[in-house]
Design a protein around this ligand. Sequence first.
Ligand code: FAD
Length: 298
Amino acid sequence: VNKFDFITHKDCEVFQDHDLSSYSTMKLAARGDLIVVKSLAALKFLVKELSQRKMEYQVIGWGANTLLSQNAEKIFLHLKIANHEGVLSEVKDRYLLSATTSIATLVSAASKLGLSGWEVLTGIPGSLGGAIAMNAGTKFGEIAKIVDKVYVLDKDGKEKIIIMNGDSFSYRKNHFLKNGDVIYQAELKHLGIDPAVNKKITDYLQFRNQTQPLKSATCGCIFKNSETKAKTCPAGLYIDIIGLKGFSYKDMAISHLHGNFMMNTGAATKEDVLELIKLVEEELYLYFGIKFQKEVVV
Ligand SMILES: Cc1cc2nc3c(=O)[nH]c(=O)nc-3n(C[C@H](O)[C@H](O)[C@H](O)COP(=O)(O)OP(=O)(O)OC[C@H]3O[C@@H](n4cnc5c(N)ncnc54)[C@H](O)[C@@H]3O)c2cc1C
């Protein structure tokens, strides 16, 4: 008997013990069970069935902030739910968008329509669902500012609409998702129409290209910056100060361009990344007495 025989919905595609190396931007050697879900009805069916069988699952968007392992115990759900056609073609107060929408699509719409507040996401790879879960952002701002409502399916397959408030997010964190919750869509607002948004996006992109290894297999910043009342300690800068840029372990290397980025230069595994992270953590603590929190989802 196949353990996934109960998945009979036509919009669920099951990949058992699958090569998952293309499901994270760090392209780690990874294997596991993956289910591609192509409609809300299928998602409802699936989470209910999995929960009843106590089979643990985790959503994976672009895997731009996630380390995948070689023998993942959780089942990965990858949503592919399309937007209504033309949803981003004109200026509106609110946009109801599928969690699958890529951040690049949002930035491109912002550039065309001048949607202020959206430009802060320029250059961040990933999906809208992942960006909301992580409160993605840059030094210019966070997605928190433009999310109005988040539509979630809980582990029993029930729909919940969560209205955002001042306490919904903090630095690279949301405070409303419960274990098993899946974001399937969200309503975004903008902070006004500003013709300068287009130019800002071009400038931000240029800046990112110069300062981050965007062509390498990475998962963005490994560590969160350490924030105290007195000051912000940028992890990348501190890694640079102790001379660890370029340092490598097996197939993992710290970028020469940005100290907070680790690159998979071959066939690295999650264990290799964790080992390099541990080494860097220890050095940072030794030099500065600071325990940097991880931004990447392990
Ligand atoms: C080159 C590079 C640069 C980056 N720069 C930045 C940056 O400047 N700022 C920044 O904030 N991040 C940055 N990142 C990290 C990453 O792009 C963001 O965290 C992004 O939001 C992750 O989206 P994702 O779809 O890949 O999420 P994933 O990595 O797939 O998932 C991240 C987390 O969100 C959860 N999740 C994903 N989708 C859903 C959903 N639909 N419902 C519920 N939970 C969900 C996952 O379970 C996981 O816990 C960078 C990454 C790379 C590779």
